[in-house]
Design a protein around this ligand. Structure first.
Ligand code: ADE
Length: 279
């Protein structure tokens, strides 16, 4: 159709989605950025004719803990390679009975409980972006990209929730019973360790970003369920992975049928207008 346009999509694969078997891989590429090295080599390929670049957020063999992920390098590399849209997956615990393990949630808000991460490109260091960036987080996720993921869940018959507030904790430990109940009282839907500052950094670069949260457990707030454990997470991820691959593949295919240029321009303008000084 006349609305077709070329987009390049960055995909940040979380726990359990370190490799994307559905993709037609063309090459891997090792890159560096002013902010250091991304979590993994870039896996460049096409899916349904759409150019994609995949990064394994925790490294190819899951040896990078949440606090040590170089989110800035990951996002910077995707932008440098020409990506304008970013789709992320994240394994998560549920803070609500109705968000059941193996359900998906398309996040629309977050509450930041991280404490030791580089959360801006504009840190005043030599070679880095100059100025101070006060980026709006009123709506941290791209609504258009969120709708793309929601439609892709519907197309694949995957049970999902159209909204969700992520509580992102520093980790790597899981939460206490008291914390888990506190986060529920704050209105959190799911809990994870990686949405922040990834989504913030995407906004600073003017990238459209959305996150597909894959529920693996009920964290530890329920008295009638076993508390979250690594074993638990990995077991449920085996199911989630197959559904996530289908949903991402559908989203990528459908993305190429839409017009993104206005949204991209708006995101880039918002990013630029958030920077003070640096001239
Ligand atoms: N990732 C998966 N399950 C989680 C939980 N319960 N808390 C934090 N991160 C998670």
């Amino acid at each position: 159709s006349g609305d077709c346009e070329n987009v390049k999509i960055g995909i940040i694969g979380g726990t359990g989605l370190e490799s994307f078997e559905l993709f037609e891989m063309n090459c891997t590429k090792t890159v560096n950025t002013p902010y250091g090295s991304p979590s993994s080599e870039l896996i460049c390929g096409t899916l349904h004719g759409v150019d994609c670049i995949i990064i394994a957020r925790h490294g190819k063999v899951h040896d990078i803990m949440p606090s040590d992920i170089n989110n800035r390098a990951n996002l910077y590399a995707l932008k440098e390679e020409g990506c304008t849209l970013v789709l992320a997956t994240t394994a998560c615990g549920s803070l609500r009975a109705e968000y059941e393990p193996t359900d998906f949630a398309i996040l629309d808000q977050f509450i930041d409980r991280t404490t030791k991460r580089d959360s801006t490109f504009y840190d005043g260091k030599p070679g880095h972006l100059k100025g101070v960036c006060h980026i709006s987080m009123r709506n941290p996720f791209s609504e258009k990209l969120r709708q793309l993921l929601i439609a892709a869940c519907e197309e694949n018959g995957v049970k999902h929730h159209k909204t969700g507030t992520a509580i992102t904790i520093e980790g790597p430990r899981f939460s206490t019973y008291a914390e888990s109940h506190l986060y529920r009282s704050w209105g959190g839907s799911i809990i994870n360790m990686t949405t922040v500052p990834e989504v913030v950094l995407a906004a600073e670069l003017g990238l459209l970003y959305a996150s597909l949260a894959l529920v693996t457990d009920y964290d530890c707030w329920r008295d009638d369920y076993e508390a979250v454990s690594v074993e638990h997470v990995m077991q449920t991820m085996a199911v989630n992975k197959q559904n996530a691959l289908k949903v991402i593949a559908t989203a990528v295919a459908n993305a190429s049928k839409q017009k993104w240029s206005d949204d991209i321009l708006q995101a880039q303008k918002a990013a630029k207008n958030s920077v003070m000084g640096g001239k």
